[in-house]
Design a protein around this ligand. Structure first.
Ligand code: BEZ
Length: 212
């Protein structure tokens, strides 16, 4: 079992999936990626999650993020389940679901938490940047379906802060004011951020979202 931390290289793998054999790095190319695990096929919460993820595919594509799901069931089972998801969630799942029957990828990504369940994956989320470093790790229990609005919100923050010297405050959404990076002096910030800088405290400077 490996421990993956923020900033680490996402371990590459080749595995079977609902779309056949797939290699993570080839699949992601030079874009962003989201890899998320599910406890098991033909389970209710997972069905709603995969349906929701599928309905959000244009939003992920807009952000240049490729989606990849995983569970420890086989590819034939995934493909049968996808038909149910499409039918019940009114969508068409077209991103790969990794068939991790030997738990190779689950163990590589530490997706099995034995004190929660020794055999099934928890609901892990990894966001991978174009340089293949891991930018976000979130772990949810099996009983809690994920919030895909939140995942898009975090991706917006990651993509903004990758290119601008800002951070995003609590509950931030794209278009709202952002925090000037603490590493920048206020005088310099005023030159960098043409939309203006408000100094609330010397350590808390706000500026409009530079991309909005
Ligand atoms: C579900 O996806 O509904 C689920 C899976 C495993 C445990 C609990 C719920």
């Amino acid at each position: 079992m490996a421990t993956i931390r923020l900033g680490d290289m996402a371990p590459d793998f080749t595995a079977d999936s609902s779309l056949g054999m797939i290699n993570l790095y080839d699949y992601l190319g030079d874009g962003w990626g989201i890899l998320f695990s599910h406890p098991a096929d033909f389970t209710p919460v997972c069905t709603t999650e995969l349906g929701t993820a599928s309905k959000f595919k244009d939003e992920f594509a807009k952000r240049n993020v490729k989606m990849m799901a995983l569970s420890v069931d086989g590819a034939a089972s995934h493909n049968e389940w996808i038909q149910d998801i499409n039918e019940t969630q009114n969508t068409k799942v077209d991103f790969p679901i990794i068939a991790d029957e030997d738990k190779k990828v689950s163990n590589m990504y530490d997706m099995i938490h034995p004190n929660a369940d020794n055999n099934l994956t928890v609901r892990s989320v990894f966001i991978i940047a174009p340089d293949k470093t891991v930018k976000l790790i979130i772990t949810y229990p099996a009983s809690t379906g994920r919030n895909f609005h939140e995942l898009l919100r975090v991706i917006d923050s990651l993509q903004l802060t990758a290119y601008h010297k800002v951070a995003t405050p609590a509950n931030w959404n794209h278009g709202e004011d952002v925090v000037v990076s603490p590493a920048i002096a206020t005088e310099d910030a005023k030159k960098i951020f043409s939309k203006g800088v408000t100094e609330v405290k010397p350590y808390l400077r706000m500026t409009p979202d530079p991309t909005a």
